[in-house]
Design a protein around this ligand. Structure first.
Ligand code: HEC
Ligand code: HEC
Length: 254
């Protein structure tokens, strides 16, 4: 009450609403870690020891990936558009709404969405971790329409992306993106070119880094811009999909 009174008084003095807006921001939101929020959207279970059991009750019974049904991205999509985006059709389609509109909601409203019945993550995540997700929902989303055009082409510059790729990614992924096998369970050696099957997913991972690995976040750890990530994605798109020689199968034969 004292705070509110102070805010009203300040507004009266300065004729601005900004002071009131600031006091309305909860401490949890002020202290929230955007990097962690971005990585939690990818895989929040990498940040907690308490894992949910069974299939998420909100996940459709006929869904293809019940084992992923607790991941934010599985329901809301890597383009954050849910049923109105890349997951409108195909095996990942769930009919669930996106979170683009939630970016305009207040921190309290988004927090409320993450703790309401059936969509309550508080048994698994600490309060501050929930605020990290709230911060990501409000401040971290990428408008995928600015990444990929409706004609399928990417908006970045391939040549610029190549230079940035050489600077930032080659040491781990190698010149052709195949140094790390991204899917050891799959036949052949899967390079970065394969991951482009889901470009919004790749975009998210480039921008936010990979939880539990050394892969840095372009936006936070490297302090670069979204456009840098889009250039890199545009280049990565042109890398070879996989290397078939020296596969596990072949190695087993020897
Ligand atoms: C099993 C699917 C599923 C998962 C996993 C899931 N959600 Fe949701 N989410 C929903 C559904 C369904 C709604 C709509 C609920 C409603 O309208 O009552 C929703 C609503 C929301 C909203 C409110 C959107 C709005 O505009 O009102 C936000 C924000 C949100 N989810 C964020 C997240 C985050 C962050 C995660 C990961 C911690 C997550 N969700 C995980 C299904 C899911
Ligand atoms: C410090 C090493 C390191 C750097 C630098 C790095 N990565 Fe990675 N990246 C990894 C590792 C390790 C994995 C595999 C993680 C796993 O699958 O366990 C990975 C995985 C990926 C994936 C696949 C993610 C998935 O799950 O589909 C993409 C895409 C990717 N990196 C792109 C990039 C790009 C682009 C850059 C440069 C901006 C980059 N990485 C920089 C280490 C790195």
């Amino acid at each position: 009450m004292v705070f509110r009174f102070a805010a009203v008084l300040m507004m009266a003095l300065f004729g601005t609403g900004t002071v009131l807006a600031d006091t309305a921001v909860p401490d949890g939101y002020k202290n929230a870690d955007l990097l962690k929020g971005g990585q939690m959207y990818d895989n929040w279970q990498a940040f907690t020891h308490k894992k949910p059991q069974g299939t998420n009750p909100l996940y459709p019974a006929k869904g293809t990936f019940p084992q992923q049904s607790w991941s934010c991205n599985e329901c809301h999509g890597w383009d954050y558009k849910g049923k109105d985006g890349l997951y409108s059709t195909g095996p990942h389609a769930t009919g669930i709404i996106g979170i683009r509109a939630a970016a305009q909601k207040t921190p309290q409203e988004v927090f409320q969405a993450l703790t309401q019945k059936n969509h309550d993550f508080s048994p698994y995540l600490k309060e501050q971790q929930l605020w990290n997700l709230v911060k990501f929902v409000r401040e971290g989303q990428t408008d995928f329409a600015k990444v990929k055009r409706t004609d399928g082409s990417f908006t970045g510059l391939k040549s610029v992306g190549r230079a940035k790729y050489r600077m930032l990614c080659v040491r781990c992924h190698g010149n052709t993106g195949t140094l790390i096998d991204l899917d050891p369970d799959r036949d052949g050696h899967q390079g970065l070119g394969t991951s482009i099957e889901n470009p919004a997913r790749v975009m998210h991972k480039i921008l936010w880094g990979l939880p539990g690995t050394e892969m840095p976040s372009l936006l936070i750890n490297l302090q670069l811009k979204r456009m840098d990530g889009i250039d890199i994605l545009t280049y990565v798109e042109t890398l070879p999909p996989e290397i078939t020689k020296n596969t596990k199968k072949e190695r087993k034969k020897k």
